[in-house]
Every structure is written in C-alpha cells, then in structure tokens.
Design a protein around this ligand. Structure first.
Ligand SMILES: CC(C)(COP(=O)(O)OP(=O)(O)OC[C@H]1O[C@@H](n2cnc3c(N)ncnc32)[C@H](O)[C@@H]1OP(=O)(O)O)[C@@H](O)C(=O)NCCC(=O)NCCS
Length: 218
C-alpha cells in the first residue's frame, strides 16, 4: 500500500486538510442542492444494539472535534494501530479539522453516539473520494473496543455503503492490515462481488456499492 496516497488512514496531509477545509465552505453552500439525500446533515437514526445499548447515528460535524479526540483516547493501542496503520496515540488540531470539517459529499463521515450520553462517541465510519478515480472512495471505520462485537461496525458500514451509493460512487476501497481478522470478516461480508487483494502486510478490499438493496447482507 502506498501510505502517502491514503486519505483516510492519515487524513493528515496538511495540504489536503487545507483543501478540504476550503472545500467545506464551498460544499456547505452546495449541500443545499443535495436536500434529497437521506444522509444529509439533518439525518438522525436511533438504533438499539444487540447488548441493549441505544445509539444515535448522525453525520460528523465541525463541533465534534472534542468527541473524536476523546474517542481516540478511549481506543486500545491495537484498535488505533488497526485504524491508522501506525502507532498513534492522539489526533493533532489539523487532523481533527480534517476529520470533522468534511463536505459531506467527497468526504463523508458518519458517527454513532451513546443515546444516554450524547457527548460519548462510540464509532465513526468515513469515506474520501480518491483523486483521479472519482467513482471510488477510500473508507475506514473504528468502533470503541468496549462496544465491539455488538453489531455497530456492521451497522455503520452498511449506512456508509448507502451514503456512497446515493452520492453516485461505484466502490468503497479499504486498506486493512492482513492480521486484522475482525475487519476483514466484516468488510468481506457486506456486499456481493467484493474483491480482496493481498498486498504484503495489507489487504485491499473493494466493495461495490451499486448493488440492489435486497442483495445487501442483513
Ligand atoms: C473492525 C471493527 C470496526 C468491527 O466492529 P464491530 O462493531 O466489532 O463489528 P460487528 O459487531 O458489527 O461485527 C461484524 C462482523 O465482523 C466480524 N467480527 C467482528 N469482531 C470479530 C472478531 N473479534 N473476530 C472475528 N470476526 C469478527 C464478524 O464477521 C462479525 O459478524 P457477526 O457479528 O455476524 O459474527 C472493530 O473491530 C474496530 O473498530 N477495530 C479497530 C479499527 C479497525 O480495525 N478498523 C478497520 C480498518 S479501517
């Protein structure tokens, strides 16, 4: 994997952050023309997980910087490594800007918060359009360790696929460490005709998003 080109693993290329920051202003206005989308800033969905935890799904917004920073602090070292592919303990100011000041179209981020404690973020899934491959977006996901295995990862990624589909993408591409069995199982079970390529220590999983609704795994 060429890490320099990865948009969701680091999301920290400063030029990129600047470009997306400027894009945010532009697209905030443009979003008015996307009022027909389900995954729009007004989207809210309340779901009860297998363990009874009630979560709210909503789009990530600029005010979520603290939520993301705290969530990063609550992730185990292993989960942080699986998400970012480098040992990483915290997010810088520019990383937080990049991860929260998104335009909702080319960079889309969906969060799950605890319904009882809405200032507690439980998981985030996002995708970023790949320059030069406009039909493809790079995707990533992280769920707090204590919330894993309750179906939240699958739920977030299913919604991510729907959001990518309604934005006209053809595929979501994920770079996953070859040792990350939970993520590989999750990502290869979501859609028909998912393509898996092994590349040294990483696995690239490409998920088609324009499949009929009924073909989506439950
Ligand atoms: C990968 C990750 C998002 C899965 O989230 P989750 O909420 O635990 O996933 P779910 O509970 O929805 O499980 C979905 C499927 O994933 C697989 N899975 C989840 N945990 C697993 C585990 N420990 N071992 C094997 N498979 C596992 C199973 O196929 C599961 O389906 P099932 O519930 O029908 O058995 C989570 O482990 C995580 O955040 N990891 C750290 C960050 C990361 O690895 N991101 C991916 C790369 S960007």
């Amino acid at each position: 994997m060429n890490r320099k080109r990865s948009l969701v693993l680091t999301g920290m290329l400063s030029g990129m952050a600047l470009a997306v920051g400027m894009g945010t202003l532009f697209h905030a206005r443009r979003f008015r023309h996307h009022a027909h989308l389900r995954y729009h800033p007004r989207y809210r969905e309340d779901v009860t997980l297998r363990d009874g935890t009630r979560v709210r799904l909503r789009l990530i917004r600029p005010e979520d910087k603290r939520l993301l920073a705290e969530g990063m602090g609550r992730l185990s070292a292993e989960s942080r490594y699986h998400r970012f592919h480098v040992p990483k303990t915290s997010l810088s100011e520019s990383e937080l800007r990049y991860l929260t000041e998104v335009d909702g179209i080319n960079h889309f981020a969906l969060g799950a918060v605890n319904r009882r404690y809405p200032r507690e973020g439980l998981g985030v899934a996002r995708f970023v359009r790949i320059p030069g491959e406009p039909q493809v977006a790079e995707a990533a996901i992280a769920v707090l360790d204590r919330m894993q295995h309750h179906g939240l990862g699958r739920l977030l990624f299913q919604r991510l696929i729907e959001a990518a589909r309604e934005r006209g993408f053809e595929r979501l591409r994920c770079e996953v460490l070859a040792t990350n069995t939970p993520a590989i199982r999750l990502l290869t079970g979501l859609a028909p005709q998912t393509v898996v390529r092994r590349d040294g220590t990483t696995v690239q999983i490409e998920i088609p998003v324009q499949f009929p609704e009924e073909a989506s795994a439950a």
